[in-house]
Design a protein around this ligand. Structure first.
Ligand code: S3P
Length: 442
């Protein structure tokens, strides 16, 4: 045998694949001398190229559009692949599927629950088969193409599971949502495949999307205290399962801690490759600037405080702008500065002013720039205590009643625009840590 093992991924298109990164790091950790390359093959090239890859590689993964097309070229189908009629891992001419194992390792609570699966494509098949195997009470499929949905339903029913059908408007609300569509995937992060009313009744949300590491769907579910998870764990677990197949003699268990750290590294890598604007909102004194600075320190991402940008641009303090030009002029400047900062390239942590997101058009500007909104929710008492030492806030000059009224009026806007809403009573370090946890960074 060669001393360096050769692995790879076949599929099309592949340029955004994280697999080389994941497999290279797994092999480094486990002490496997190997390489993992991308083999970008359009559908017409498979026939011609596959025999060479089967002969030349020690093992490979396959992805869209080859997961089914490789089957006729293989010597045998392992039960893990026969289950879905799709292969993602090949070893010595045998086709396996590790996506199901990846999903199972996430331990999504499914037994006895009403499950709604969004989508009917490749990954939705895995979700449906696994939900049935885990003992879901019933499964409904919500997808754009009825023919594909029907085919998926037939596949699952053929495995002896009857209560699966197309979703209908009169359905009782689902308790579990499993997203197998690309809605919400970077760069179109603003998409959410479940209506807010649906989420209000749900208990569990699982999104196979891993870019961003937490979609708006996952963040909204977490804000409601639901069990919620993004797709990064599944992506990692299916890769590790493939390495186990390719290296059957190797014991991977001593590396559990390194693998857990690798999953966090992976989350940071996703953010590095696919920039996102993280926009912090909340009332004056919510801690937007201090939490933002802490987040920047912990992640290495750039941080911008919108009030500082405004003051720099006007060459006046916020207080002076309000006093000399009035609030309307301040809002105009604020809108301009927000647009400019959102228009910058790369990732950004942006602390807004307490009034920014409640202004007309602000949310749309954030959404169209691919921003995700984190609302730092504090009690008015906390906010006032934090602001007491600082005389820089013209809007806190009014009577207690006026400030209370402002707080009460704005709260619904903060809540409505929030993707992630979290209590921000704790220290900036603790709040920043909670945000990172929600995004899967820690
Ligand atoms: C404002 C909040 C301030 C600042 C300005 C107006 C507001 O920012 O933008 O005084 O309308 O709530 P902070 O929330 O950072 O104090």
């Amino acid at each position: 045998m060669r001393s360096i093992r050769r692995y790879g991924l076949i599929g099309y298109p592949l340029q955004h694949s994280l697999s080389p990164f994941i497999h290279t790091r797994i092999m480094e950790i486990a002490g496997i001398r190997g390489e993992y390359r991308l083999y970008e093959l359009g559908p017409k090239k498979l026939e011609q190229e596959l025999p060479k890859l089967l002969a030349g590689l020690d093992g490979f993964n396959c992805t869209i559009p080859h997961k089914q097309a490789v089957i006729p070229h293989l010597r045998e189908l392992h039960p893990s692949a026969a289950l879905y009629g799709a292969v993602n891992t090949v070893y010595r001419g045998v086709g396996y599927n590790t996506d199901g194992e990846g999903f199972r390792s996430c331990r999504v609570p499914l037994a006895g629950r009403r499950v709604c699966i969004l989508g009917a494509g490749g990954v939705a098949r895995v979700l449906a088969v696994e939900a049935a195997r885990a003992g879901a009470l019933e499964i409904v499929i919500k997808a754009r193409t009825p023919a594909r949905s029907q085919e998926l339903i037939r596949t699952v029913q053929a495995q002896g599971y009857a209560p699966i059908r197309l979703a209908a408007p009169e359905d009782q609300p689902a308790q579990v949502y499993l997203n197998g569509t690309p809605v919400g995937m970077w760069p179109q992060v603003q998409g959410v495949p479940v209506e807010k009313e649906g989420l209000n009744q749900a208990q569990v949300v699982y999104d196979t999307i891993y870019n961003p590491t937490a979609t708006r769907l996952v963040l909204q579910a977490k804000s409601r205290g639901l069990w919620a998870m993004g797709g990064l764990n599944m992506l990692f677990a299916q890769a590790l399962a493939a390495q186990r197949i390719w290296n059957p003699d190797l014991d991977f268990s001593p590396f559990a801690q390194e693998f857990a750290e690798l999953e966090r590294e992976l989350a940071r890598e996703v953010w590095r490759r696919s920039p996102i604007k993280l926009v912090l909102t909340g009332f004056m004194g919510a801690g937007k600037s201090s939490v933002g600075r802490k987040l920047a320190e912990l992640t290495g991402l750039p941080f911008v405080d919108l009030d500082e940008v405004i003051a720099r641009k006007a060459e006046l303090s916020i207080e002076e702008i309000f006093a000399s030009k009035g609030e309307d002029a301040f809002r105009t400047l604020e809108r301009q500065c927000l647009g400019e900062e959102l228009g910058s390239s790369g990732s950004l942590i942006l602390a807004t002013g307490g009034g920014t997101v409640v202004q007309p058009g602000a949310e749309e500007a954030i959404r169209s720039a691919g921003g995700l909104i984190v609302y730092l929710d504090v009690l008015l008492e906390t906010a006032l205590r934090r602001c007491a030492a600082d005389a820089q806030r013209p809007l806190l000059r009014g009577s207690r009643r006026e400030v209370e009224e402002l707080y009460r009026r704005r709260k619904p806007s903060y809540e409505r625009t929030a993707d992630l809403q979290l209590a921000a009573e704790a220290s900036p370090g603790e709040v920043a840590a909670a945000i990172l946890t929600a995004f899967g960074w820690r």
